[in-house]
Every structure is written in structure tokens, then in C-alpha cells.
Design a binder for this molecule. Structure first.
Ligand code: ADP
Length: 383
């Protein structure tokens, strides 16, 4: 592998792309990023920035012609162009086949079922009228979770229907309707696979959600799981990446239900929010592991050096406009807190503006510090 001349292309210039470029820069790899915003988080970190739309066929096709390997930091990209580039011999990871499967939550579910990977029961409906009809005919009962098959992210496009009055909110479009799982814990395992047949997983992490925004609020590593569940979670992540035949990294989000069953919720074929802590807390970060897997290099050690808690820095719900970080300086006096500011110019309600990883010998004290930061650091705007 020629580190000096290799060109890695990344579709999307958000924070995941930025941190992937930072890892690549450690090895002096040349990175190119395609994004519609000149001011996206990766624009000043990538070796080359290309202005364009990753959903546009021509933009993706042209971009792909300038790189040696093409990857993504967001799933919603133009897969037609990726199919064409693959046909012409470009190494695209994840493959457009895998991306198409994952982009559609219904297809993703069918895949788990076909591979006998545990996931909650589901049905697919054409639109909301079909859902209402199924309820009327008593083929579908409440409660359930409706998810748009395409286009959802960060809890958008997901509706929990608990009672009749929630039916007013039904989302329109082809949907996956799932059984409402009585969740004990939400966990995630980031797995990596290279073409040499190596698979490695990071230790499971526990995600604590903000119920209002439906966004991960705290992420604890290691997850509090007994030995059997720990092994089960890792095995499932390994089986999933291997069944998908994905070379790169895959975050596998799972539910632990009240009867101690682990169910796969969904996967992301790229670096993930649930792996941010690995930058400071692990021997290898998920970003470096992603590069190792993409380039078929030996996979790195996934052990943790220390417990950690990650907190997302979200845009304050009442502000929109140029971002101002209130309380940041005070929070910097907290020992073990590592700050990542993504550099998004505009704040919006609940927008992911940055994250903080607190490392500490004790998980409980890392958690206390992370909560203190969560409550003291505010992203507001003077506009
Ligand atoms: P997104 O892709 O937008 O993140 P998810 O499928 O992860 O959507 O759903 C967001 C959140 O909604 C989950 O993390 C979980 O808290 C809740 N949720 C999703 N599916 C179910 C389900 N079947 N039962 C109970 N809660 C669910």
C-alpha cells in the first residue's frame, strides 16, 4: 500500500467525515471530501474539498473518478453513480448493494429475517392509509412503532404509536411497522472487517436517550452487561458484518429487552456516534479502524484504556443562527473531559454541534462529569 499517493474519497463532509480525515492525516493519507456546503465540518480538514451534492449522479460520478477508494460518512448518497463506478472498477465500500439495503429500513429488516438474525417482529405498509386499514380490520394492534422505510435519521421518521390519539401523527410514505419493544437497555457494537478475513468488535456501549428529541444523550463504555449478554452482543455484531459481507466498519444498534433477549434494531455502515469515545478511550479509534478495514490493513486493538462517557453537544431547542458555545470555558476545567467542536456555523434545535468524551478510572464519576457538562454547556445564538 502506497501511503503517499493513495487517495481516499469520502461522500459527505459532516463530523464523521471530519474525524475520519483527522485519523487519515495521522498516516499522511490524502483525503477528498464531497459536500454541498463550503463550510461543512470536513472542508478545512480534508486534503481536497469538492463542492457538490452527494445525492446527484454526476457529482458523485465525477468525484469518484478522482479517488482510489470511495467511502461514505452518510448513507443517503446517490447509489446509481456508485453502481456505475463499481462497474468501472472503483473500490466502493460499503458497496452500493449494501448501501441500498441499509438505506431502506424495510429491506434491512427482511435481511435480518432471512439470515435468522434476531430482530423484533415487523410488517411493511405502502402508506398510512394501509396502516389505518390494517388497524380497522384488527390485523394490526396498538402499540407499535412506525418508521419510514426511507429518509429517516436521528429519530426523525420514527413515530411511537401508543394510543388512538397518536394515529393523527402517522407519517406518510412506505413504512416499517414494528412491535414496540419493552426496552431494558439500548446498546451498540462497532464491528470492523477487512478482506483478509479479520473481524474485530469494540466493546459494547450503552446508549442513554433523550426521550424528547429521540437522540442519544449519554453513551457509556463499557456497557453494564453480564458476561453472557456481552458475548452475545459481540457475536451478533460479528455475524451481522459477516452476513452483509461488508468490508469497512458497521455500527450495530441493539435493544436488550426485559426478557434479556438482544434484538438488532438497525445498522450503520460507517463510523458512528456510538464510537466517538474510542478516540480517547481505546487503543484504536473507530476512525482508524475504519481506515484499516477499508485499506485491508491489520485491524487494531479494540480494548479500552479507560471507562468513558460521551455526551453530544446539541443545539439548544430555542435558538437558531450562528452558533455560540456558552459555558465552554468553565467546562474545560473538568479533568478528563475531551471537547470536540464540529465547526457547524449554524445552530438549530437539537443539531449535533459537537461532543465531549469524559474519561475517568470510574465510569460513575465520568458519568457525573458528563452530566455536569451536559447541563452547563449550551449552544445558543445571538441572532
Ligand atoms: P433512527 O434511524 O432515526 O435513529 P431508530 O430505529 O434507531 O431510528 O429509532 C430511534 C429510537 O426509537 C430508538 O433508539 C429507540 O429508542 C426507539 N425505538 C425504535 N424502534 C423501537 C421499537 N421497535 N420498540 C421500542 N422503541 C423503539
Amino acid at each position: 500500500m502506497d501511503f503517499n499517493n493513495f487517495k481516499l474519497g469520502i461522500l459527505g463532509g459532516g463530523q464523521l467525515g471530519k474525524m475520519l480525515c483527522q485519523a487519515a492525516s495521522k498516516w499522511n493519507l490524502n483525503t477528498s471530501v464531497l459536500d454541498p456546503s463550503y463550510e461543512c465540518p470536513s472542508a478545512f480538514v480534508a486534503t481536497n474539498f469538492y463542492h457538490g451534492d452527494f445525492n446527484n449522479y454526476d457529482d458523485v460520478y465525477k468525484f469518484g473518478n478522482n479517488v482510489d477508494l470511495l467511502t461514505i460518512e452518510i448513507e443517503h448518497v446517490n447509489t446509481d453513480a456508485l453502481f456505475k463506478l463499481t462497474e468501472l472498477g472503483l473500490d466502493v465500500r460499503p458497496t452500493p448493494q449494501i448501501l441500498s439495503l441499509i438505506k431502506d429500513k424495510g429491506e434491512q429488516k427482511k435481511f435480518y429475517k432471512s439470515k435468522k438474525l434476531p430482530t423484533c417482529d415487523f410488517e411493511i405498509y405502502k402508506d398510512k392509509n394501509e396502516i389505518l386499514k390494517a388497524i380497522e380490520l384488527k390485523k394490526l394492534g396498538l402499540p407499535f412503532v412506525q418508521k419510514l422505510c426511507k429518509g429517516g435519521y436521528d429519530g426523525k421518521g420514527v413515530l411511537v404509536v401508543k394510543n388512538e390519539s397518536d394515529l393523527k401523527e402517522l407519517l406518510d410514505g412506505e413504512s416499517l411497522v414494528e412491535k414496540l419493544v419493552d426496552i431494558q437497555k439500548e446498546i451498540s457494537v462497532v464491528a470492523a472487517q477487512n478482506k483478509k478475513g479479520e473481524i474485530k468488535c469494540f466493546p459494547p456501549v450503552e446508549m442513554v436517550f433523550n426521550s424528547k428529541a429521540n437522540l442519544v444523550e449519554l453513551l457509556l463504555c463499557p456497557a453494564d452487561l453480564n458476561e453472557n449478554l456481552w458475548k452475545r452482543a459481540i457475536n451478533l455484531a460479528e455475524e451481522t458484518i459477516s452476513s452483509l459481507g461488508l468490508y469497512g466498519i458497521l455500527a450495530v444498534e441493539m435493544f436488550l429487552d426485559q426478557s434479556n433477549e438482544i434484538l438488532i434494531n438497525e445498522v450503520a455502515p460507517r463510523p458512528h456516534n456510538s464510537g466517538h469515545h474510542t478516540i480517547e478511550a481505546s487503543y484504536t479509534s473507530q476512525y482508524e479502524q475504519c481506515l484499516r478495514a477499508l485499506l485491508d490493513l491489520p485491524l487494531g486493538n479494540t480494548d479500552i484504556k479507560t471507562p468513558s462517557v460521551m455526551v453530544n453537544i446539541l443545539g439548544h431547542p430555542d435558538y437558531m443562527g450562528e452558533a455560540v458555545y456558552e459555558g465552554l470555558e468553565d467546562c474545560m476545567s473538568i479533568s478528563g473531559a475531551n471537547f470536540h467542536i464540529y465547526g457547524k456555523k449554524e445552530t438549530k434545535p437539537y443539531r449535533k454541534m459537537g461532543h465531549v468524551t469524559v474519561v475517568d478510572k470510574e465510569l460513575s464519576s465520568a458519568r457525573e462529569k458528563a452530566m455536569l457538562i451536559k447541563n452547563s454547556l449550551k449552544v445558543v445564538s445571538n441572532e
